[in-house]
Design a protein around this ligand. Structure first.
Ligand SMILES: *Cc1c(COP(=O)(O)O)cnc(C)c1O
Length: 402
């Protein structure tokens, strides 16, 4: 028998001392009787908050009918959800996965395979950007290129060339005869809510078209309404050839998707790719229920309206506390504060005011409320933020006076 340890779990997560028992909407209730205002949204996953009645009903109804058959057969809900994604985006074809990293794996394989069947088997390299996050599989840590995620896991998967964020000269230099595609998040999420300029996305599209490369977007965090558009690329008008989606698309149920044009997906023929769980009936039922809400008339408009209120309130806070907050970043409800003090200080201070927020790179605090957050809940959040930031400002001036 294994040696006894206090905690049987891998020590990979530094967890906060919060044991959540129940959630409803934007609220989380812990087993020791505390209630938190949840602006982490399961890291952009709980797109409609906790225990949304329409999602609960869809999952429960499907649970009584059929859980799993495998992709040997037609799976209930796959064609409906696929068709709805196609109609709401640039894509013609969809492959369902269980996670973001798997959606990226599918995107990477689809891009390489496209070049292979187009008479360019030598083209397999993919240009990516510093600060990116694409997941934790062996290929996606190579794509993300962050040393802290690569260290100790053997040789880095071959074929990813990383260039500095927004660096046109480095980008041009990185494109060679073996390049297959360019992979980018329209807004870096984990990297610190860094928005790629529209002009840069246009340049990527132009370079891809000139050199016969595919443009691949990682919209795992930005997708399905998070930025106030169904997919964030609509903000720029620059469409990709392939797109990885996950997180919010399942509203909390594990679901991802790789979307592609028919041309980009032409190499993905029977037997070339597969999955046991991907596109499972439970996930399809919930994914369809999420789209019932997000694609309903006026829903995304309301997201943009609330996002504007939130952003303006955050900007006013940043103006009034320049000793604590440096700037507001983001689009829609993927929004954050770049901090002057360490971001962990604000996250801790907020917790004392019973509000939860998520850290991001570049010393940013991320706010990812549900897309259906109410105006009153944003005002509630601002009250708690105001109090937490005032606490930090107070201790800043005390420490500088001492
Ligand atoms: C979270 C995330 C991923 C990885 O998704 P998993 O579901 O954790 O595998 C990939 N790309 C981006 C942009 C993400 O935010």
């Amino acid at each position: 028998m294994a040696e006894f340890h206090d905690n049987p779990l891998f020590a990979t997560f530094a967890r906060a001392d919060i044991r959540v028992e129940r959630g409803e909407g934007v609220w989380l209730h812990t087993s020791d009787g505390r209630t938190f205002l949840d602006f982490t949204g399961g890291i952009a996953v709980n797109s409609l908050g906790h225990a949304h009645p329409h999602l609960v009903a869809a999952l429960t109804e499907q649970a009584g009918k059929l859980w799993h058959t495998s992709n040997l057969f037609h799976v209930p809900g796959q064609e409906t959800l696929g068709q709805r994604l196609v109609e709401a985006s640039f894509a013609d074809k969809v492959f369902f996965t269980n996670s973001g990293a798997e959606a990226l794996e599918c995107a990477i394989k689809t891009a390489r395979r496209y070049q292979y069947v187009s008479g360019h088997p030598e083209r397999f390299r993919i240009v990516t950007f510093e600060g990116a996050f694409h997941g934790r599989t062996l290929a996606t840590i190579a794509a993300g290129g962050q040393a802290k995620y690569l260290e100790g896991f053997g040789p880095k998967v071959e074929g990813f060339d990383q260039v500095p964020f927004g660096d046109e000269a480095a980008l041009r230099a990185a494109i060679g005869p073996e390049t297959a595609a360019i992979l980018i998040e329209p807004i870096q999420g984990e990297g610190g809510i860094r928005t790629v300029e529209t002009g840069f996305l246009k340049l990527l599209r132009q370079l891809c078209d000139e050199h016969g490369l595919l443009l691949v977007y990682d919209e795992v965090q930005t997708g399905v309404g998070r930025t106030g558009r169904f997919y964030a690329y609509e903000n720029s008008g620059v469409a990709p050839d392939i797109l990885a989606s996950a997180k919010g698309i399942g509203g909390g149920f594990p679901l991802g998707a790789c979307l592609a044009t028919a041309e980009a997906a032409k190499g993905m023929t029977p037997g070339t790719h597969g999955t046991t769980f991907g596109g499972n009936p439970l996930a399809m039922a919930v994914g369809n229920a999420v789209l019932d809400v997000v694609l309903a008339d006026g829903f995304l408009e309301e997201v943009r309206r609330n996002a504007l209120l939130f952003k303006q309130s955050l900007a006013s806070l940043a103006d009034r506390y320049p000793d604590v907050v440096a700037e507001v970043r983001g689009e829609g409800l993927l929004i954050g504060l770049k901090m002057v003090v360490p971001n962990t200080q604000l996250i801790e201070a907020l917790r004392k005011h019973a509000m939860l927020a998520a850290p991001a790179g570049d010393n940013v605090v991320r706010f990812l409320p549900p897309l259906n957050v109410k105006e009153a809940e944003i005002r509630e959040a601002m009250g708690r933020l105001e109090a937490a930031v005032a606490d930090l400002s107070q201790s800043q001036s005390e420490s500088s006076a001492a």
